[in-house]
Design a protein around this ligand. Structure first.
Ligand SMILES: [Mg+2]
Length: 224
């Protein structure tokens, strides 16, 4: 197996566990702006993009579609709260093997990118307490598109620009903890590496046929 040219990492439950900072910040934003209780866990699933999470939760708790300016205020309030919450989140932690794996990939001459359903501002905030941003040369985010396969295509296109030529499925690995990450990787013609570090077991992830399944990033990374 040849080494990949770029490896793209999901953030939530792949690099870090935020200890609920995201859900608390959405709840705070809905309460501040609309005076309603909102639990994103009831209306969305792990691996969905922030625009999907905000929009679906809005529909569920307010019973109508949000306007553009309502979504803009919701994003702003969410980000505002997240920046404070993440610093005091008791159970925030970097997941096992992350820094060792990122260092090994970078040392192998492979480009590292972020591929996250989080909005760009939220993605940066989530990486900040652990100073993980320094590993990633570029990224594509939920703020680029609400559609995860499209975000994945964008990330691959950015990696190709940086590299200077088109990249095939063997050249780009997409690392994530949910079936949605695996499906997006395949839809965008990339190699899917599923890590059972989040809500899905290795067995559950196998069901969507990733190219590689790891129990955690403590295990040897494929292609290195
Ligand atoms: Mg994730």
């Amino acid at each position: 197996m040849a080494a990949p040219i770029a490896v793209l990492f999901d953030i939530d439950e792949t690099l870090v566990h935020t200890g609920g900072a995201g859900a608390r910040s959405w709840a705070w934003a809905f309460d501040q702006l609309h005076g309603v209780a909102a639990d994103i866990g009831k209306h969305t699933s792990a691996g969905e993009t922030d625009p999907e999470v905000g929009w679906k939760t809005f529909r569920a708790v307010l019973g109508r579609d949000p306007t553009h300016d309502e979504m803009a205020r919701l994003y702003a309030a969410y980000l505002w709260h997240l920046a404070d919450d993440i610093r005091t989140s008791e159970h925030y932690r970097v997941l096992d093997g992350v820094e060792e794996t990122l260092t090994r990939i970078a040392d192998a001459g492979v480009i590292l990118g972020v591929l996250s359903g989080a909005m760009e501002g939220a993605a940066r905030t989530k990486l900040e307490p652990a100073n993980l941003g320094r590993y990633f040369v570029f990224g594509a985010y939920g703020s680029d598109s609400p559609d995860r396969p499209e975000v994945t295509r964008l990330a691959i296109a950015k990696a190709a620009r940086l590299h200077g030529s088109d990249l095939g499925a063997q050249d780009v690995y997409v690392v994530g903890d949910t079936p949605l990450d695996v499906q997006a990787a395949h839809a965008a013609n990339a190699t899917a590496v599923a890590v059972a570090s989040g809500h899905y077991t290795a067995q559950a992830l196998q069901a969507v046929k990733p190219d590689h399944v790891l129990g955690s990033l403590l295990e040897p990374f494929p292609g290195l």
